[in-house]
Design a binder for this molecule. Structure first.
Ligand SMILES: [Zn+2]
Length: 305
């Protein structure tokens, strides 16, 4: 079970916030990083964008994802309350600004690891499909500091024994570089936004995403890890289980099949969007955002030919 642990004060105010407060008439929203303890040496930091996983190993801390611009310092402040070990490594699950932007706050000797496609995507920080606002590009301002320099293609193992971290790529989905990060000794996996929660997924075609391949990638993640993982840290939601992941893969397979069948029957993408409703068997799923539903149907419609 996930225990909610409050470590010190709930509000971590970074130096950046203080500086911003001095310049702006209206006080900015406090930068709140909440800490959920999942294991004695594994924590989930919430707030400020995507979930951040903190794994405390013998030699230091491995982080998975670093939130929105300006959130690196609040993350560091929280980690200092958890352990006095230094952060030695960041794994970025994919290229989005709410998962990678805190990278720039970490010391130069922190190793940054990502899938080879994500490392390339991070150099560009292209706009995200279906999101009108441009992606923040902190790396442009930092002169490339915080970009990933160590990459993998299919799998990579870092460390061994209790410290072992396995990285996997199971195919395109949310983007073309979604990393699944497994901590075998703890039976925990961090999924990033290819499993952001129980919702219609964001399919970011601008960054190589695919609604045709996403069900296979999810099912491969499930079959590969179901026997060795108990908990899955999602990209933005609560900690879930392999059964949740299998159901989510099926949900995405059903969505793809609906678009496929509609197109085959001569329907337009617009008609398919209008007719789609959340299947009743998927309980606890967030209502579809209209813009995302439209984008996903239109993009899959084009992708299946
Ligand atoms: Zn994302």
């Amino acid at each position: 079970m996930r225990r909610h642990v409050v470590l010190g004060t709930l509000i971590a105010v970074g130096a950046l916030t203080m500086a911003a407060a001095a310049q702006q008439p209206a006080a900015p929203a406090p930068m709140v990083v909440e800490v959920d303890k999942l294991k004695d040496n594994l924590f989930v930091l919430r707030g400020g964008g995507g979930n951040t996983t903190v794994f405390v190993g013998a030699d230091g801390v491995t982080l998975v994802d670093t939130k929105n611009p300006g959130w690196g310092q609040p993350i560091l402040a929280r980690i200092k309350e958890i352990t006095n070990k230094p952060v030695v490594r960041i794994v970025n699950t994919h290229t989005h600004g709410d998962h990678v932007s805190g990278n720039v706050a970490f010391a130069d000797n922190v190793e940054i690891v990502a899938h080879v496609n994500t490392a390339e995507n991070m150099k560009m920080m292209r706009n995200v499909t279906s999101i009108p606002a441009p992606q923040p590009n902190v790396f442009k301002e930092s002169g490339g500091r915080g970009l990933a320099e160590r990459t993998f293609k299919d799998t990579m193992t870092i460390g061994n024994g209790a410290d072992r971290v396995d990285l996997h790529f199971f195919g395109r989905g949310h983007t073309n570089g979604d990393a699944w990060v497994v901590f075998p000794a703890l039976r925990v996996m961090s999924a990033g936004d290819i499993f952001s929660g129980k919702n219609l997924p964001l399919l970011d075609y601008n960054n190589g995403g695919s609604g045709v391949e996403i069900p296979d990638a999810m099912m491969k993640a499930y079959t590969t890890t179901a026997k060795t993982v108990d908990h899955i840290v999602t990209g933005h939601s609560t900690v879930m289980t392999p059964n949740d992941l299998r159901e989510y893969a099926e949900f995405n397979r059903d969505f793809l099949n609906t678009v496929r069948a509609g197109k085959k029957a001569g329907k337009t993408a617009e008609q398919i969007v209008k007719e789609w409703t959340m299947p009743a068997k998927y309980t606890g799923y967030a209502a579809a955002q209209p813009a995302r539903l439209q984008s996903n149907v239109e993009m899959i419609y084009k992708e299946i030919n």
